[in-house]
Design a protein around this ligand. Sequence first.
Ligand SMILES: C[S@@+](CC[C@H](N)C(=O)[O-])C[C@H]1O[C@@H](n2cnc3c(N)ncnc32)[C@H](O)[C@@H]1O
Length: 355
Amino acid sequence: MFNNDFLYTTKNGRAIVGDSLELMKHIPNESVNLVITSPPFALQRQKEYGNKDQDEYIDWILAFTKEVRRIITLDGSFVIDLGGAYQKGIPIRSLYNFRLLLRMCDEQEWKLAEEFFWYNPAKLPSPIEWVNKRKIRAKDAVNTLWWLSKSDFPKADVRNVLTEYSGRMKKLLENSSRYYTPKKRPSGHDISDSFATDNGGAIPSNLLQISNTESNSQYLSYCKSLNVKGHPARFPSALPEFFIKLLTDEGDLVLDIFSGSNTTGWIAEKLNRKWLSFELDKQYLAASVFRFLDDFDLERVESIYQSLLYDDSAEIDLEKELFPIVDWIESSLTPITKNKKNNMDIQSTLFEVAN
Ligand SMILES: C[S@@+](CC[C@H](N)C(=O)[O-])C[C@H]1O[C@@H](n2cnc3c(N)ncnc32)[C@H](O)[C@@H]1O
């Protein structure tokens, strides 16, 4: 069952090929601090977009969310990114993302800690029929992100994700007496002079404006040079970065159950969190290794990619070859060792990471 599921490792994480529903069964209860993921969207998965298909899609996802609830810690979180969708053939929205949320809360006892909206200003106008041709709908540029938890007080610290102060606020902080006099608002709300304290940044809102335009990334540049198709539905690294910083501490374990090009694992590595990434498609996960191969010779990158993709049973130890190239102090990447034995005990590996 686990033949070659274990694709590569880094200092902090493991990328594993397989069906995450199966793989999650090997993770102990309450051992993952954050699961963050972007599932295959309903309309990408289904050829027919009728309501029945959408209900089936929700049932399909619910099987995963049930396992996620089992494996996250009591103060852990689950963040799920869902794109909007129209019903088939008509300019009426699908309610699948809202239905999923309601069913998770009603049937699986999830709590909605907060809803977030990811606004991608760079999103191309779509759907073409309603937006570009008939011009009867605005372009759809917002995804819903449900931040769910098991308990009323999931671990979170908004001070880890402060944003830059506005120009006005910066001026106020420079010279608070000139711009602001503490007084009671008409609402009766008492705003004291602590308002003018510099907290290092502003509290972010639940509208995350992030353009999905990482066209210069190392991942895409290696994809292009090696003629490898990049993952078509990547999310920007700023998205998992925000939630990893908000909801976990260094050393905590982050899991992405639909990891694609492993954006989540890569950013978790940088933030010194442990990570696990599950992905059904071996090619996607093999190419995700590009993210970790900083300043590598292109030929080496290609041979690593090829061996991850095709060399199922070979005993490959890349450590010796990588050793002279990797700067072990600067880079967090430790030996990328291919699973040497097909009968590797994945459960103990997962357990090891979880602890
Ligand atoms: C929307 S993409 C995720 C992209 C990812 N966030 C990134 O930045 O690259 C969803 C991924 O889920 C994978 N997938 C679908 N069913 C799966 C399953 N049962 N187990 C694991 N992965 C699955 C698909 O192959 C696809 O790559």
